[in-house]
Design a protein around this ligand. Structure first.
Ligand code: 5GP
Length: 211
């Protein structure tokens, strides 16, 4: 088969806070040199130890607004009075170069990203039991009753987004969760629509007219 250049996937990984998605994503990434994560832009001030261009791109509100009006974000959202967004150019360049781009992103951001790019693959990370996760939030003992109520409401809201994701994985064992993500990548790269788009099918199946 002639050499063909494959386009990388855009994969959005979300899940309720406390589900351990950061650990799952870090463990998955450690085993894959063909995946990159995107650095978001934010209007919030850097915290101690954060490095511009690594932790975030720290930009002014004016610049952020300018980028929004120029459609330079794949998605963006506001949290605690600051704006956060995924710069589109990096994602597109990496995917064109064949790298898969992974965004670990909240449910609203993911929803917007999937709306803007229907080719994006959404993966929702579930806990083995929502009741256990709720109990953990309640019994941590570090929060006030109001904070606990906020967290539980947020959890219910986050879970209500699950149907917008093509896949859901259960974070029961870390190894199994990582294996499930690897399986999803293999399946998505074998989708005929992507094989066709990347010219793989044309390179294998000669057309009757010889093209
Ligand atoms: P922090 O200020 O603590 O780093 O992040 C605050 C919130 O912003 C977190 O919930 C984080 O997931 C979210 N966030 C960070 N980057 C992005 C982004 O590019 N897009 C969206 N929608 N949210 C983001």
């Amino acid at each position: 088969m002639a050499e063909v250049k494959r386009q990388g996937l855009l994969v959005l990984i979300s899940g309720p806070s406390g589900v351990g998605k950061g650990t799952v994503v870090a463990s998955f990434m450690a085993g894959r040199s063909d995946c990159v994560t995107s650095v978001s832009a934010t209007t919030r001030a850097p915290r101690a130890g954060e490095i511009d261009g690594q932790s975030y791109y720290f930009i002014s509100r004016e610049t952020f607004q300018e980028w929004v009006s120029q459609d330079r974000f794949l998605e963006w959202d506001e949290h605690f009075g600051n704006c956060y967004g995924t710069p589109r150019q990096f994602v597109e360049e990496q995917r064109a170069a064949g790298k898969h781009v992974i965004l670990e992103i909240d449910v609203v951001g993911a929803h917007r990203g999937m709306e803007k790019d229907p080719d994006a693959v959404g993966i929702f990370v579930l806990p083995p039991s929502v009741d256990v996760l709720k109990e953990r939030l309640v019994t941590r003992g570090t929060e006030s009753e109001e904070q606990i109520r906020d967290r539980l409401e947020r959890l219910d809201r986050e879970l209500s987004f699950i149907d917008g994701y093509k896949y859901a994985i259960i974070n029961d064992s870390l190894d199994d969760a990582v294996a499930q993500i690897n399986d999803i990548f293999s399946a998505e790269m074998s989708a005929t629509v992507r094989l066709r788009r990347d010219g793989v099918i044309a390179a294998i199946i000669a057309q009757p007219d010889g093209t």
